[in-house]
Design a binder for this molecule. Sequence first.
Ligand code: ATP
Ligand code: MG
Length: 255
Amino acid sequence: MTEVRLETQGLSRHFGALVAVQGIDFKLAAGARHALIGPNGAGKTTFINLLTGVLPPTHGRVLLGGRDITSTAQAGRVKLGIARTFQINRLFRGLSVLENVCIAVTERAGAAGSMFYPAGRRGDLIAEAMELLRTLKLADAARHRVSELPYGRQRLVELAIAIALKPEVLLLDEPAAGVPSAESHIILDAIERLPEHIAVLIIEHDMDVVFRFAKRITVMVSGAVFAEGTPREIEANPQVREVYLGQAAQGAFHG
Ligand SMILES: Nc1ncnc2c1ncn2[C@@H]1O[C@H](COP(=O)(O)OP(=O)(O)OP(=O)(O)O)[C@@H](O)[C@H]1O
Ligand SMILES: [Mg+2]
C-alpha cells in the first residue's frame, strides 16, 4: 500500500447555518498527484483552509504522517511540511523576485534548526533561491520587482516560494487562476516538473489541466465528497458528468 501523507477524518466546517465542508474522509498519498474538483462554492478552498490551519474545523481531524495536527496552528503546519499557494496571490510586490524567494528559503532554513546564521552561510541560501528560480525559468526575472512581472510569472513566483519551503505536501488552489491563457502553460509546466516525492493536491477548474496532471481525482459537491477515483473512473462516472464535468468542461474535457 502507498503510504498516506495527509489524512482527514470526518472533517467538517460550518459557517453559521451553512455547512461548507461536510464529514470528509480523505487520504493524500506520498508523492500523490491528486486533483480536487467541483462546482463553485463546493467547499474546495474551505477544505484546503482546514488542511493548512487557516480555519479550525467544526468537527473532525487532520493527520499528517499519522500525527494529529488538528490543533496545530498554520505556521506550525508549514514547519511540519505543508505548503500552499493561495487562490489570490500574496507576494511582497515591492521586493524583487529573488528577495521574495530568499525570504522563504531563509525562513525554512531557520525553521529547520539553528537560530542564527553566520554571514557566510547566506550565500548558500541565495544560491539555493537562484537555483530554484532557474528550474522555474524565472532566473532572468530574479532582480525584477514582483509588481513589474506579468501576472502569470507572479503566480510562478508564488509557486517558487511554496517549493522553497521544501514541503512534503503542496496544496495548490487554482494556481493558474487569472493568468491569461497564453501564459498559463508556464504554470502547468512548472507543476509537472515538481519534485516527485512531494504530495500535490491541486484545485483546478480547467479539465485539460486536471486530466493531464492528476493520477487521482476527488469530486466535491455541496461540501461533501461526491466521487473519488482515477481519471478514467471519474471520466466514466455518469453522475459526475451530470453534476460537474458536462458544464465545466465545455468540450475541453476528453470524453
Ligand atoms: N469565511 C466564510 N464565511 C462564510 N461563508 C463562507 C466563508 N468561506 C466560504 N464560505 C462559503 O462556503 C461555501 C464554500 O466556499 P469555498 O470558497 O470553499 O468554495 P470553492 O469550492 O472553493 O468555490 P470556487 O470554485 O468558487 O473557488 C460557499 O458557499 C461560500 O460562500
Ligand atoms: Mg475556491
